[in-house]
Write a protein that binds this ligand. Structure first.
Ligand SMILES: Nc1ncnc2c1ncn2[C@@H]1O[C@H](COP(=O)(O)OP(=O)(O)OP(=O)(O)O)[C@@H](O)[C@H]1O
Ligand SMILES: [Mg+2]
Length: 586
């Protein structure tokens, strides 16, 4: 959606439909036919009254004709209404479909830091509720506007022919409606926007609350959570009440004003007929009040849906927060990698998280040879995960550059680079599906031999064979629940079968018991020997085989060396090492 402009919602809305104007036109066409009784009825009633009030000048045939005309225009409503809705629906549902697709495409492009600043719940609200509000907006806009305009035009034409003096009445209603809309627009928009933001916050909170339930239960904090929920619900309620009350005021004052006008028209027309002025007959009174009623009805209708229109326009703005977000990973026209050696060069790299003033990494300089195993150690918060995120390209250095195979990482198409990269992180993320689907996620071709070897190397085969359907076993919400260690083994197998050139391990063995860790360590060692590896581990015993150990502290490299060098050096590493050794059972 390149033409998305949230500050010009109406233009954007028309752009959504630029391919569907044919369908919208057909829908409108059927609408006009379907709606014809509304415009014809006052005319027919006026004719009938004129026929019966002066039987001498009219024949009964005219009466039958008017009756037949009215019945016909009523009956045609069934097919025409169907086609009107059908064409409208084709266009609006397609818009809904393509808007959601565009949103998902954009979400897949947005950088990881965008997700640090936006909660899942709020994004979910935009994808579901806001798109729905835009769809509703269109249906209303395309039904209401043409019909209202047409009603007004027909009312004006008939009146101009039958009783031109009454055009004055009609002319006064339109500016009146404009004044209403003018004064209501800003407060409506503000309140709707507030309500939407509260709704997004509630949605975000609810997602979090549901995730937190085991912890809430374990800490006996149910009451605290209920209180917190109540607070959020109250905020939404207050915002909704404000919207409702402004709607109520708007609707009632519009209704009263327009109905008063309508009464004046009736009395005025009746007065003229009574006095025999301007050739106004009894039929004309009915006709004028009839058209005036349908005119005021359409104006009231517009004012009634104004809140929903306002909500829809606000939704266009809301969706724009995703579609117009510039925090995207720009990969287009960048260098696509066909293969990767695994040479890294960090040149004076610093990184500061947005919104913080202390850099998480400071002036990192490091050269890494292909196939080298680099261990990153250091106290919690030292910047180890941040360094891994820089290597993946989730974040870009604030200062300095990273080179991969002597090419600037910022000039490389990261998608092509990441094909050669595998990650086993602290948190294992699996989705609902079979074990096999989870293992093969994002991997194109894997031979049977590599597949089974990876499972074996990750020591995952042992437990998978125990499961009822082996690798076809469903896991996740509707399937088998796996333990932390089992999940981690799947995650390691997933990394192995991609046969990466670069391997990133962030606490990859943290959920494993000592025996499993020992076994996997051995598999990882074999794996690490063929590719450039960055491994983060708190358990220092697991990084003995690293070629070099980088010790980070407060974002800076404080020591570099191999295991024995660092142990003997008497610095931070040896202190960490001594402390851990004291904790280990002898
Ligand atoms: N998304 C973020 N926004 C702001 N600051 C962050 C963010 N992530 C991490 N930090 C900060 O950056 C610093 C480095 O964090 P990092 O996660 O890299 O540490 P770490 O060495 O991996 O720690 P651990 O061993 O506990 O995993 C910390 O001070 C942390 O508070
Ligand atoms: Mg970390």
């Amino acid at each position: 959606m390149t033409n998305y402009q949230s500050n010009r919602p109406l233009k954007t809305l028309f752009h959504f439909y630029h391919q569907d104007f044919g369908q919208l036109g057909l829908s409108l066409f059927f609408y006009l036919i379907k709606h014809s009784p509304e415009w014809l009825r006052p005319l027919v009633i006026a004719n009938v009254i004129d026929i019966i009030s002066s039987p001498s000048t009219h024949s009964l045939q005219e009466l039958w004709f008017n009756g037949a005309l009215l019945s016909f225009t009523v009956v045609q409503n069934i097919p025409t209404h169907y086609w009107h809705i059908r064409f409208m629906s084709l266009a609006t549902r397609k818009m809904e479909w393509s808007l959601r697709r565009a949103l998902v495409e954009r979400l897949q492009e947005l950088s990881i830091s965008f997700y640090h600043g936006n909660s899942t719940g709020a994004l979910q609200a935009k994808l579901l509720k806001d798109v729905e509000a835009i769809q509703t907006l269109t249906s209303q806009l395309f039904q209401l506007l043409p019909s209202t305009i047409l009603t007004i035009v027909i009312a004006l034409c008939v009146t101009a022919i039958r009783a031109p003096a009454f055009l004055l009445f009609f002319a006064a209603t339109v500016p009146l409606a404009v004044v209403f809309v003018y004064f209501l627009k800003a407060p409506l928009r503000q309140r709707n926007q507030k309500l939407r933001r509260e709704g997004e916050a509630l949605s975000a909170y609810l997602v979090e609350m549901l995730k937190l339930i085991p912890i809430t239960r374990a800490h006996g904090a149910e009451q605290v959570e209920i209180e917190r929920t109540k607070q959020k619900l109250t905020q939404v309620k207050t915002a909704a009440l404000e919207v409702d009350s402004i709607n109520a005021i708007a609707n009632s004052s519009a209704w009263v004003t327009l109905r008063l006008f309508s009464s004046f028209c009736l009395i005025g027309a009746a007065f003229c007929a009574y006095k025999g002025q301007w050739g106004i007959t009894v039929g004309s009174v009915i006709l004028l009040t009839g058209y005036f009623d349908s005119l005021t009805n359409s104006v009231i209708q517009i004012l009634n849906v104004l809140p929903q229109l306002s909500k829809g326009f606000d939704a266009i703005q809301s969706v724009g927060e995703i579609l117009e977000c510039q925090e995207i990973e720009r990969n287009k026209h960048k260098l696509k990698l066909k293969n990767v050696e695994g040479i890294f060069s960090f040149q004076g790299v610093s990184f500061t998280y947005p919104g913080t003033d202390r850099p998480a990494l400071k002036n990192i300089c490091l050269e890494v040879q292909p196939g080298e195993i680099i261990a990153l150690v250091g106290p919690s918060g030292a910047g180890k995960s941040t360094l891994l995120n820089l290597i993946i390209g989730f974040i870009q250095p604030t200062i300095g550059q990273i080179f991969l195979d002597n090419k600037d990482l910022s000039k490389i198409d990261l998608r092509s680079y990441r094909r050669f990269l595998s990650i086993v992180s602290q948190e294992t993320i699996l989705f609902q599906g079979t074990i096999k689907e989870n293992l093969l996620y994002g991997t194109k071709e894997v031979s049977e031999a590599v597949f089974w070897q990876s499972l074996k190397d990750a020591h995952a085969l042992e437990f998978i064979e125990q499961l009822p359907q082996g690798i076809q076993t469903l896991i996740g919400e509707n399937g088998v629940k796996l333990s932390g260690g089992q999940r981690q083994r799947l995650s390691i197998a997933r990394a192995l079968l991609r046969q990466p050139r670069i391997l990133l391990l962030d606490e990859a063995t943290s959920s494993l018991d000592s025996e499993a860790e020992f076994l996997i360590q051995e598999a990882l060692e074999r794996l690490m020997s063929q590719r450039t590896t960055f491994v983060v581990a708190h358990r220092l015993s697991t990084i003995r085989q690293a070629n070099r150990i980088i010790v980070l502290d407060k974002g800076k490299i404080v020591e570099i060396g191999n295991y024995s060098q660092l142990v003997n050096q008497g610095g931070l590493f040896s202190r960490l090492h001594r402390f851990q050794k004291d904790l280990l059972p002898t």
